[in-house]
Ligand binder design. Structure first.
Ligand SMILES: Cc1cc2nc3c(=O)[nH]c(=O)nc-3n(C[C@H](O)[C@H](O)[C@H](O)COP(=O)(O)OP(=O)(O)OC[C@H]3O[C@@H](n4cnc5c(N)ncnc54)[C@H](O)[C@@H]3O)c2cc1C
Length: 453
């Protein structure tokens, strides 16, 4: 069976739902939209699927409305659901997932003059270009659908363990948690078990707090390349210091020097980071490819911990565990994983040294997260790249798109339009992984589709 739609949205996380909501608001009743995703909780994706209340948003509620033109929408939703939270508070991610679902449901309830939207629960397995002005997708359920406009909202995959899987003893497989977002692994951990977490970003903090909530009281060793952990938001956010991107130097080292000097002039360095936020995309676009590559090589971990901060009380809870010695940090590169007396040994090269050190634990949890958005995690994107329907970003930041988020692929022949939304467009925008940026992009892409008819 093959159906042709005006728009196909591929994906079922936040980006896909944000694009769909904007399309519903803007398209005429005669238009048809298909949303194709394999995720059981449409709209939740990895981020908002968690059931644990302690897994909180890292952006204040006042900046998390799905619709940029209705900035108080999420705060109003929280109020109407009895949550005593203000715009500056950090709501739970599970509530945010419900809010996204409700927002979509509210728009779908409006039957009058609304376009048709079909939700298809399937994976898009392959894509071909049709001469009849469409791009067609083979779906995992055997169907094929074609679209005159397509929006790729595929997010990024989980990073795999940075060791050769063939070198990992088979007996260890059940002790390695490759995808910690399936929280069922927590039930297998005994209270006194030793846990080694690989990666020290936001996912690590989530997992440490989830372990505690499940009654775990054992030691937690955290191994990452630099041993840096995210910083916290200030309980009272400072007023952002406005930053004029045009006045900044063009080299990375010059920019860092200027920003450091600016942070010495304010009481709280967060004022500089928050002032930079609205200007980050423009700053990224000014950087040459060489400077972008230098940023990814040298500054990324520092950027991440200052930029992607955790809610103040979440930070305090985590900090207590560090101070009482429950959580210990190690800086180095994982070299190998071995088995030993029912447990595992993670051998790593200590940062800036030749020495090899070892961590002994009962469990290894992969929290290396999503630093980059390559295409290797996605069979669909790999195939599209082979057919030259997309071109990977040279720095591994998704795929090449223009300033309107339209995919750049000069050898395509069909007039069907192909867009991407979310982390896949990091090469063009860099700052495009969180809701405040994705929602603006989702609205702009919907407007672009509607404006060309
Ligand atoms: C743990 C975590 C916490 C976060 N917290 C925040 C926060 O507090 N605030 C914030 O602003 N941002 C946060 N983020 C950033 C978050 O990534 C974005 O807010 C947003 O959820 C990204 O959504 P997405 O749809 O682009 O990607 P995803 O949520 O990854 O969704 C991609 C979807 O595409 C589907 N898919 C992939 N391939 C195919 C295919 N071939 N066919 C069909 N479907 C496919 C997947 O199944 C998935 O459902 C967080 C991220 C994580 C991982």
């Amino acid at each position: 069976m093959r159906l042709t739609y005006d728009v196909i949205v591929v994906g079922s996380g936040f980006s896909a739902i944000a694009v769909t909501c904007n399309l519903i608001e803007q398209l005429p009743a005669s238009a048809t939209v298909a949303v194709v995703g394999d995720d059981p909780g449409f709209g939740r994706g990895t981020a908002y699927r968690t059931e644990l209340y302690l897994h909180r948003l890292n952006v204040p509620a006042g900046r998390m409305s799905l619709l940029p033109h209705q900035p108080d929408d999420f705060v109003d939703w929280l109020k109407s659901h009895g949550r005593q939270l203000q715009a500056s508070d950090f709501a739970s991610r599970s509530d945010y997932g419900l809010y996204v679902r409700d927002t979509l449901a509210r728009l779908l309830r409006k039957r009058d003059g609304r376009c048709r939207v079909d939700f298809i629960k399937a994976k898009a397995a392959g894509c071909v270009e049709r001469y009849s002005s469409t791009l067609a997708f083979h779906l995992g359920n055997g169907d094929e659908i074609a679209g005159r406009n397509v929006v790729l909202c595929l997010g990024v995959g989980n990073a795999t363990l940075p060791v050769d899987p063939d070198g990992v003893p088979a007996s260890l497989r059940s002790r390695i948690i490759e995808n910690p977002w399936r929280l069922s692994w927590l039930r297998r951990v005994a209270p006194s078990d030793a846990v080694c977490i690989l990666g020290s970003g936001l996912t690590m903090i989530d997992q440490v707090l989830a372990l505690r909530a499940h009654g775990h009281s054992g030691r937690i060793d955290v191994l990452s390349r630099r041993g840096l952990a995210p910083l916290g938001h200030a309980p009272k956010p400072p007023v952002p210091l406005p930053i004029d991107v045009r006045a900044l130097p063009e080299t990375l080292s010059g920019i860092l020097k200027t920003l450091r000097a600016k942070s010495r002039t304010v009481a709280d360095w967060r004022a500089v980071m928050d002032g930079l936020r609205p200007a980050t995309q423009a700053l990224w676009q000014r950087l040459s490819s060489r400077e972008r590559a230098r940023f990814l090589r040298h500054a990324l971990p520092w950027w991440n911990i200052h930029r992607h901060r955790v809610a103040p009380d979440v930070f305090d809870r985590f900090e207590e565990l560090v101070l009482d010695g429950t959580v210990r940090f190690h800086a180095g590169f994982l070299k190998s994983l071995g088995a030993e007396e029912g447990g595992l040994v993670a051998a790593y090269r200590v940062r800036a040294a030749r020495e090899i050190a070892e961590i002994r634990a009962d469990w290894l949890v992969n929290c290396t997260g999503m630093e980059r958005a390559g295409i290797s995690h996605s069979p669909l994107l790999k195939e599209m790249s082979r057919f030259e329907l997309i071109i990977p970003d040279p720095l591994g930041l998704g795929i090449q798109v223009n300033a309107a988020s339209e995919v750049i692929a000069p050898s395509r022949i069909s007039p069907a339009r192909l867009f991407a939304v979310g982390a896949l467009t990091a090469g063009q925008f860099w700052e495009i992984t969180a809701v405040p940026d994705i929602r603006v992009q989702a609205k702009a892409v919907a407007e672009e589709i509607v404006s060309r008819g």
